[in-house]
Design a protein around this ligand. Structure first.
Ligand SMILES: C[S@@+](CC[C@H](N)C(=O)[O-])C[C@H]1O[C@@H](n2cnc3c(N)ncnc32)[C@H](O)[C@@H]1O
Length: 389
């Protein structure tokens, strides 16, 4: 069996080599939007180790963190989409990857006319610990014996609290392209919790990764080539969704699922999926005179909290539902002056809800959001449904 720190060392070695020379076995072909690639130096584009394109789901002005940013391709695309008012932070643990990304960042910044990206060294399962800061401190007080080892542990804890690599509740969107599978099994839970921690309420994660259609057997997990090649660390498709749910995410949606497996090993299919998941169910929920209509094609749908909605009917909702349906909460998209009150609609009987509907109609103020997901997600949902038939 490979120890988890050995797995991490194997991953680091393989991607250090992949930063120096392009390695074709490490990627699954992706069509990035060509207009965004024009300003990115070939050295970066050639070292593409992704399996999807989370940048398609970004918007202007957002603060984005890219987990396992590699040579920086997704960050450089994101920088153009979020624009000068947005910000992009790439996180990677491999020095050689960071070196390529940091060297190319000023070139991209010059070409797009602004510098809104930076690259930080950290492990994505521990986004509070700034590894470069820790390195600097350890140079002054190196670990030489048990006592200094224990002191280093305390120092790391202090740095997490006082100088976190990524501050809690500070990010609009966490993206990642083919990296989560590389995190050792014992840290996977913490990894999803870390993604949740750094997101603002109403923020969301858009994660492209490889998943499997069966549990990966232990002997495959112990194969260093398969592990570092984004194969045997893959979670199962349902395990991946459950990992978001267990971390507290809401409104989880499969945005894209490749019908064709990328690889099939020992009869197990490994394919790329793109998942979106929201943070926002927790804490207060404010009503802002919003209503939703489920457009079909089904008679009715049930949300994550067991609220049933019939096709074509209007339902008053609070921010939580707009989040859970893949819509941005109105709170984060405008400074609406509408009355905010603690929203208990989810406990209301249908008749009370109907009364609210009339009130909303009378005021003609309701913002109507349809429960059909966004344009891109519509196509993806249909595709997934077709895949699963
Ligand atoms: C498959 S490559 C993907 C790179 C990039 N996202 C892309 O689209 O080309 C995986 C990257 O994640 C980094 N990585 C793997 N495990 C990591 C971890 N636990 N913490 C931080 N970075 C990690 C590797 O150094 C490598 O750059």
């Amino acid at each position: 069996m490979i120890e988890s720190n050995a797995r991490e060392a194997i991953v680091r070695q393989r991607y250090a080599a992949g930063a120096k020379e392009p390695a074709d076995k490490l990627c699954c072909p992706v069509d990035y939007q060509s207009e965004h690639l024009k300003v990115i130096p070939p050295e970066v584009v050639e070292r593409d180790y992704g399996c999807g394109d989370p940048s398609r789901y970004l918007r202007e002005g957002e603060t984005v963190v890219d987990l396992g940013s590699g040579t920086g391709k997704i960050c450089f695309i994101a920088a153009q989409i979020v624009g000068p008012k947005g910000k992009v932070i790439g996180v990677d643990m491999t020095d050689e990857m960071l070196e390529v990304a940091r060297r190319n960042a000023p070139i991209v910044a010059k070409r797009i006319g602004y510098a809104n990206m930076e690259f930080r060294k950290g492990r994505i399962q521990d986004l509070a610990l700034d590894l470069e800061l820790l390195d600097r401190q350890l140079k002054q007080t190196p670990i030489t014996n048990a006592a200094s080892f224990l002191a280093a542990d305390e120092l790391a804890e202090e740095l997490r609290v006082k100088h976190p690599l990524i501050v809690s509740d500070s990010v609009d969107v966490v993206v990642s392209n083919c990296v989560l599978n590389l995190v050792e099994p014992k840290s996977k839970r913490q990894l999803f919790e870390e993604i949740f921690r750094i997101l603002k309420k109403g923020g969301h994660a858009v994660i492209c990764d490889i998943v499997s259609d069966e549990e990966v057997p232990e002997e495959m997990q112990n194969d260093p080539e398969l592990w570092s090649g984004c194969i045997s660390g893959a979670l199962t498709e349902d395990g991946f969704l459950a990992a978001f749910e267990n971390a507290g995410f809401y409104g989880i949606q499969i945005l894209k699922r490749n019908a064709q497996p990328w690889r099939t090993v020992q009869g197990i299919e490994f394919r790329s999926v793109t998942i979106e998941a929201f943070k926002g169910k927790q804490g207060e929920c404010f009503e802002r005179n919003q209503a939703v209509i489920y457009r079909g094609p089904f008679n009715e749908v049930l949300d994550d909290d067991n609220h049933r909605m019939e096709r074509g009917r209007r339902y008053a909702v609070c921010d939580r539902l707009t989040i859970s349906t893949g819509k941005r909460p109105i709170a984060s998209s405008s400074n609406s002056s509408t009355r905010s009150s603690r929203c208990l609609w989810l406990r209301q009987s249908r008749s009370i809800v109907r009364e609210r509907h009339s009130a909303i109609r009378r005021k003609r103020k309701a913002r109507i959001t349809t429960l059909q997901p966004r344009r891109t997600a519509n196509a993806a949902t249909a595709a997934v449904a077709a895949d699963l038939k």
